[in-house]
Design a protein around this ligand. Structure first.
Ligand code: AMP
Length: 193
């Protein structure tokens, strides 16, 4: 993708369990850009028991979204790191309309634009299956059945409306097939734009 050595900036969206993290990692390696995932940053901070970790633990553990100001502050500093000069893949940000508006402002300040918004679509029953399986494999505390319910609720109430915010710019990808198929589909769709 970054054939002309232009930075590539991608917003990766989709419900929890859609495969954002996995696709994000594959694409980040292919395009040689950092994958920036606030959920990963929060988990690391919680583990290290930092001030930020303590602040977000209750939200993250219960499947609730962390308050916008906290996430926006984190992303402001992360997007100003030198490794973002090649671009980025945002995985799990923005997750609310307020965050999306803040990202627009932040990018305007930095004289940058995003290139693509990708939405990975997967039906609920498959999401729940995948998340429960991940709970067993990775031992994530937010992959228990009750917490999964909260996370999906938060997604439908606060994140899904972002699809209207981005409107025509959203590239819809079916996230149900095997990993390699999904990656290929993304590459094909982006390559043909
Ligand atoms: P994830 O790994 O993306 O599923 O995120 C795990 C948890 O981190 C979420 O359930 C939220 O509690 C928190 N989180 C991650 N990204 C955001 C965000 N953009 N806004 C608010 N909370 C977030």
């Amino acid at each position: 993708m970054s054939v002309l050595n232009n930075p590539i900036r991608v917003i990766l969206m989709g419900p929890p369990g859609a495969g954002k993290g996995t696709q994000g990692e594959i694409l980040a390696a292919l395009w040689q850009v950092p994958r920036i995932a606030p959920g990963d940053i929060f988990r690391a901070e919680i583990k290290a028991e930092t001030e930020l970790g303590l602040k977000v633990k209750a939200f993250s553990d219960s499947g609730k979204l962390v308050p916008d100001e906290t996430v926006i502050e984190l992303m402001r500093s992360r997007l100003n790191q030198p490794d973002t000069s090649s671009g980025w893949i945002l995985d799990g940000f923005p997750r609310t309309v307020v965050q999306a508006e803040s990202l627009d402002m932040l990018l305007a300040e930095m004289s940058q634009v995003y290139d693509y918004v990708i939405n990975l679509e997967v039906p609920d029953h498959i999401l729940i299956e995948r998340l429960l399986l991940r709970a067993k494999q990775d031992g994530r505390v937010d992959d228990t059945e009750d917490v999964i319910k909260n996370r999906l609720q938060e997604y439908y109430a606060k994140t899904k409306p972002l699809l209207d915010f981005y409107g025509q710019r959203v590239i819809v990808i079916d996230g149900t097939p095997v990993l390699s198929e999904v990656t290929k589909d993304i590459q094909n769709k982006l390559g043909s734009l």
